[in-house]
Design a protein around this ligand. Sequence first.
Ligand SMILES: Nc1ncnc2c1ncn2[C@@H]1O[C@H](COP(=O)(O)OP(=O)(O)OP(=O)(O)O)[C@@H](O)[C@H]1O
Ligand SMILES: [Mg+2]
Length: 389
Amino acid sequence: MKNNLVASSIPPVSKNETCGNIYHRFCADDDLIAIAVVDKGEAIGLLKRVDFLTKLADQYGWPLYEAKPVTLLMDDAPVTIEQNHTLESMNEMMLADESALRHGFIVTENGFYRGIGTASALLQANMERAETRMQDLELARKKAQSASLAKSRFLANMSHELRTPLNAIIGFSELILIDDTILNKPDQTKDYIGDIHHSGKHLLKLINSILDMSKIEAGAFQLTEDYYSPQELVSPVIRIMTGMALSRNIRLIVGGFDQNDELFIDIQYMKQVLINLLSNAIKFSNKDSIVRLEYSNQQSGGIIISVDDEGPGMDQNCLQHVMEPFVQAETGHDRRFEGTGLGLPIIKAYVEAHDGQFCLKSAVGRGTRAEVHLPPNRCQKSRVLSLAI
Ligand SMILES: Nc1ncnc2c1ncn2[C@@H]1O[C@H](COP(=O)(O)OP(=O)(O)OP(=O)(O)O)[C@@H](O)[C@H]1O
Ligand SMILES: [Mg+2]
């Protein structure tokens, strides 16, 4: 730990100062432990209060030294410490020569006098360091605690999320296998196969999210950027999400996309961002409600892509935590919604990798608005259009 705290800025004296003057200075200030003698900015000695006053109080001291230069009474090899030494090395030096704690020591900066170090200042620096370490430890403890909570939550959710579709796949395929008459019931067979298909897709999405998140956490993902029109980004996303919206009778309204813009993005990651956002908006919304996907140009030259829903919304406490991996507003087996709690942290990581910002605005009963902000360098007007102008 670097330390800047041990020096009190006690004005030094020159080598020609008289002992008489210094005597008066010591007498006027009971707390003055020592004074440095400095020549051209460099400390050449230390006048130690007790030694100095003892000398002058002697019956011959005053007449002998009063008019003489202080160099006669200074310690010309005092303990000297560079102020950017670590506190540990200062403590070690003080332990090796504890007289420096009683008499003070010189603190320098790049060899030049900076102040007088004292035992109390050193003690204070040590106490402040102990305090900072306590706070760091407390922070680390809290982080470890929340990581372990997230892990338990993850395991609980995962076992549920994996078991449910796997049980469906095994159960329905067994039904088809053991029921010899099944081929005569095409509607029922189709239902079973539909459930198997849905469960398989769910498992694939789950595994993809986990792999995406572990790549993010390992810092092992890289953007492959190019220029794309907003349409190239949005159309495939809408195609994918329409089925989910229809199944919940939710109207998906898309607006504001400026086809003159060109977005410099990793299209796969940005599609994933929009899919995760829309799937949350649709999943958590009430049936028969509206979800809006909108695009707006900002004066700064950047853009905002937003997703609004009319769902249940979230309170402030939820909002603070849902960006952390595996956090969901509803926990436990009675959760109403499937999912692992990875969608939002993945969005945040991908948006930030594009130098953008992701924010959620929500209030209970008033729906949720998610905003993806991309900076001006991620969006330019179409080059074809600029050429035409
Ligand atoms: N639009 C929304 N409305 C209400 N709650 C939301 C909304 N979006 C997210 N949440 C809350 O935030 C939690 C975390 O969302 P996130 O997308 O990270 O995970 P998930 O949707 O539960 O699972 P996954 O996305 O991994 O399938 C959700 O479980 C939900 O509680
Ligand atoms: Mg989600």
